[in-house]
Design a protein around this ligand. Structure first.
Ligand code: AMP
Ligand code: MG
Length: 327
């Protein structure tokens, strides 16, 4: 038995249930989900609220004293969701959890662990890449656990990512990592896991990159300059969400670089915690664009870091050097 078996298994099952709930919402809205608008024009859907409630209900049941940093809140839910939307969240949650759910259960779960003082901090993004989800493209459910600021468990469900690296029709994966125990990938629908390992590629000319679809989230011309400087010559694929970390961890790309076009922007911990541990445990390297380790001890915002670079390893320093000459 490892130290974090219960945490890993709880997070894996919660991510799976949340991922299935998102797919059910997607089905019921025929591919494209309608959305509400939070502060700053950020979209949120009934699936974001339903998935967060599902995940935090599981964490609350197993780990009632833990802290959570999670993207959605009961206050936003009450402010934004119509009565019809509340009922939709309720009904999707009842299907996902297999039991009756009241509006007060939803509010309580959405805010479980917020503002609690604990060394154990869960970082939860119920739908990472909400814009991708609304477009009908990639999205992820992300759950990370840090203890004393150190990541120890990371789980990503990517309901639309193919299980096989070379494509195929079977879509939906769950990636799981525990510090020191490696990373695995398994089908979302169930089935045996296999190890997730980064690619061994060390030739820049062959190296493949992934980046955000949204140019408002990651500066496409900045990354283009860095790739040119570093001689990166492989395919560039744009993917929403932490599916980018999944692609690096499973050897489908060598480089994920993220530089916000907003100069003062500080990344949100739940956008990186799960993915970063999974890439490291798959044998890769993760740092910010100055080469510093990602610091998950600063709360919801990663105030000690500037951007993100996740790679298979051999090309990491070369990209950092190219970033230096690009800025
Ligand atoms: P992606 O799917 O890679 O486009 O990343 C989605 C995440 O980008 C969201 O979860 C947001 O937290 C984050 N985000 C929102 N605005 C910005 C911004 N101006 N710069 C960087 N990231 C952002
Ligand atoms: Mg997100």
């Amino acid at each position: 038995m490892g130290h974090y078996d219960l945490e890993r298994d709880t997070a894996r099952e919660a991510a799976r249930a949340a991922g299935q709930l998102c797919l059910a919402v997607r089905e019921s809205t025929v591919g494209r989900a309608g959305y509400m608008e939070k502060a700053g024009h950020e979209p949120v859907t009934i699936a974001d609220f339903g998935a967060q409630a599902a995940i935090l209900s599981a964490l609350a049941a197993q780990f009632p004293g833990d802290t959570t940093l999670a993207e959605e809140s009961a206050a936003d839910f009450d402010r934004l969701a119509s009565t019809a939307q509340l009922e939709q969240v309720q009904s999707h949650l009842e299907d996902a959890l297999g039991r009756g759910v009241s509006p007060d259960d939803i509010r309580r779960w959405l805010d479980f662990g917020h503002g609690v003082e604990s060394r154990r901090v869960w970082m939860v993004d119920p739908i990472d890449g909400t814009k991708g989800f609304i477009r009908g493209d990639q999205f992820a459910v992300a759950i990370g656990l840090a203890v004393g600021g150190e990541l120890v468990v990371g789980v990503l469900a990517c309901p639309l990512l193919p299980f096989k690296a070379d494509g195929g029709s079977e879509r939906g994966v769950v990636l799981v990592a525990v510090r020191g125990e490696g990373a695995t990938i398994e089908p979302l629908a169930g089935g045996p896991a296999r190890p997730a390992r980064v690619s061994p590629q060390s030739e820049a000319a062959q190296a493949r990159a992934v980046e955000s679809v949204e140019s408002g989230h990651s500066d496409h011309s900045f990354s283009e300059g860095v790739y040119w400087e570093a001689g990166i010559g492989g395919e560039l694929v744009r993917l929403d969400s932490q599916a980018k970390y999944a692609a690096v961890a499973d050897g489908r790309a060598e480089i994920y670089l993220r530089h916000s076009p907003t100069p003062s922007y500080k990344s949100k911990a739940w956008d990186h915690a799960a993915g970063a541990l999974i890439v490291e445990e798959a044998g890769g390297r993760v740092s910010d664009l100055d080469g510093r380790p990602l610091d998950f001890s600063t709360g919801a915002r990663m105030t000690a870091n500037n951007g993100v670079l996740a790679t298979n390893g051999p090309l990491h320093d070369r990209i950092l050097a190219a970033v230096k000459s690009a800025v």
